[in-house]
Design a protein around this ligand. Sequence first.
Ligand code: PMP
Length: 309
Amino acid sequence: EEMDVDTIWMDGEFVDWDEAQTHVLTHSLHYGTGVFEGARCYDTEDGPALFRWEEHLDRLFESAKVLDHDIDHTHEEITDATLRLIREQGLESCYIRPLVYYGYNSLGVSPEDCPTKTMVACWPWGAYLGEDAIENGVDVMVSTWRKHASSQIPTNVKATGPYINSMLAGEEARRNGYVEAIVLNKEGKVAEGPGENIFMVNDGEIYTTGLSESILDGITRDTVIELARDLGYTVHDEAAIGRGQLYTADELFFTGTAAEVTPIRSVDDTEIGNGGRGPVTEEIQQRFFDLVDGKLDGYDEWFLPVETE
Ligand code: PMP
């Protein structure tokens, strides 16, 4: 298997990989009505620790609220289960995937009779877009698919169904020989990547697309904004970026839990800046990796240690 998982937490129980199953008439399988998270545990200098876990849990519960899920478990239960999964599987750094979904009962679009189910799985997951990407950047294309507007499908929540937009855009890019896509919103402004937020550097200032551009309010986006401001950069976090501005940017990079901080070296075969990782991107990336390695002072509240004592 691609994913090396022994144990999965499902609805309050720890079950073996083989037993972590659901029925084919699961509501969320038919209508994409689940909500999920992607978080990471980093092997910091002080031992394994979940990074910004409370923010991920808050977003999970907010996503659940929008889709009218009533999660049967508290923050604390889900946290304890996750910490136990990491400890008992001997993981030091890993990706964490909580999912909340409607189980089976009836198959009308209305999920009213379907129970809300919850699971968490953890597994080792390295650089999402490849190790080489972190250093040398990725080649991306502007997708012909547009990001759905927040008036069509809420974009501030991580629901499962809407990821067909990400899948279509990403696969179109890969079919055409690119590593990833950039998706424009309905107005034709830059939104984000299929699983990443996007940042632009121009004349030493940093820009990222605003929440009103139908993007996910990424936790890595927030982290990078704070790190960049701490480094003294001016960060414009409500930017409306046109497609042409991508080509003329000094630097571009993606952020995300999976992608971390990944430089973009070309867009639609147009080299960005010097065609590699730019200096501001490198500085912010370094700062980000120092942070998640536990090397920076003052960010303790962003870490939840796996070992308790
Ligand atoms: N946008 C989309 C569409 C995503 O799927 C993700 C990954 N969750 C992000 C942005 C980045 O969000 P985060 O930094 O919270 O992982």
